[in-house]
Design a protein around this ligand. Sequence first.
Ligand SMILES: Cc1cc2nc3c(=O)[nH]c(=O)nc-3n(C[C@H](O)[C@H](O)[C@H](O)COP(=O)(O)OP(=O)(O)OC[C@H]3O[C@@H](n4cnc5c(N)ncnc54)[C@H](O)[C@@H]3O)c2cc1C
Ligand code: FES
Length: 310
Amino acid sequence: MVYDSGAGFGILAREDFSELTYSLVIDHPLMARAARPGQFVIVMSHESGERIPLTIADFDREKGTVTLVVQAVGKSTKEMQQHCQAGTTLYGVVGPMGVPTSLAGKKKVVCVGGGLGVAPIFPQARGFKENGAYVVGVLGFRSEKLIFWADKFKACCDELILCTDDGSAGIKGFVSDGIKLAIERHHDIDEVVAIGPPIMMKACAETTRPHAIKTVVSLNPIMVDGTGMCGGCRVKIGSEVKFACVDGPDFDGHKVDFNDLMMRLRRYAKEEKTALDRWSDSCRMMKQSSPEPLDAPLELPDPFDETSGG
Ligand SMILES: Cc1cc2nc3c(=O)[nH]c(=O)nc-3n(C[C@H](O)[C@H](O)[C@H](O)COP(=O)(O)OP(=O)(O)OC[C@H]3O[C@@H](n4cnc5c(N)ncnc54)[C@H](O)[C@@H]3O)c2cc1C
Ligand code: FES
């Protein structure tokens, strides 16, 4: 497999935030110009790679770059972690996809990011600020050593509430505790926007429900085409069925059926584990047989096998 060919989209910089989480700055002037907060791209890291959706975590129109922040959770994201370095390329970056977040007309918003969700909430916090809103940032991490982008948030938030599970920085508690604090301090919040694992977004929606504060969440169901055709990203919103790729990914958190979302996210766990095991075995075998870097395609299952049926 060749990762540093001339074709594709150049990776200009990479930063590792932890053993699992890394950012990639991609040279893509057209995407940088078109991107809006709340949108995502579909990435193929190499010619036979799986198509994976990743949120546009930052964009710089002057420099012509977009930034992705990735958590290595399975085969494709671990493969990218191994191969995507500054100077290499991504084979395909399609987008921007999804409906941009509605930023205008809000006076006071709370932008909530939990763990990896901290990255995708950033363009929204900055966008709200640029649109004249008072922005309270609530960021949650397991512990101090996992914190990233605090400075970027300080630059665009009027207030920043840091929460850590172990109390090593900010307040000890979850982002839902941070939201409670923000609600105590402010009685005029127009909207809460929350991004993170489904269980976290569910907790955020339940925290704001008794206060009747509009709460928007960004859903992350399994996506294949990203164009509304495969049905893979079906989500239940109140009595309606929506496709997160074209109708979202932002939805009213008080209407989302989170249990259905979580059940559907686990649907291909067996196939995902098989793909990861086969990839890890191939890596081990290649390492044993040759000290050279990988340069031949690995025999991997068709990624569409994992999501067929929607
Ligand atoms: C709109 C959207 C934005 C996202 N933004 C980011 C982001 O900015 N950073 C990030 O690290 N992750 C993001 N994700 C999740 C990311 O797409 C998955 O982690 C990735 O596809 C996992 O692939 P894998 O092969 O590494 O892991 P796998 O082992 O295949 O899957 C691990 C878990 O990831 C989820 N997943 C698997 N395949 C897909 C898929 N095709 N689409 C969506 N979820 C999948 C499932 O819950 C699965 O259990 C986003 C997902 C969506 C829908
Ligand atoms: S990914 Fe949304 S319909 Fe296929």
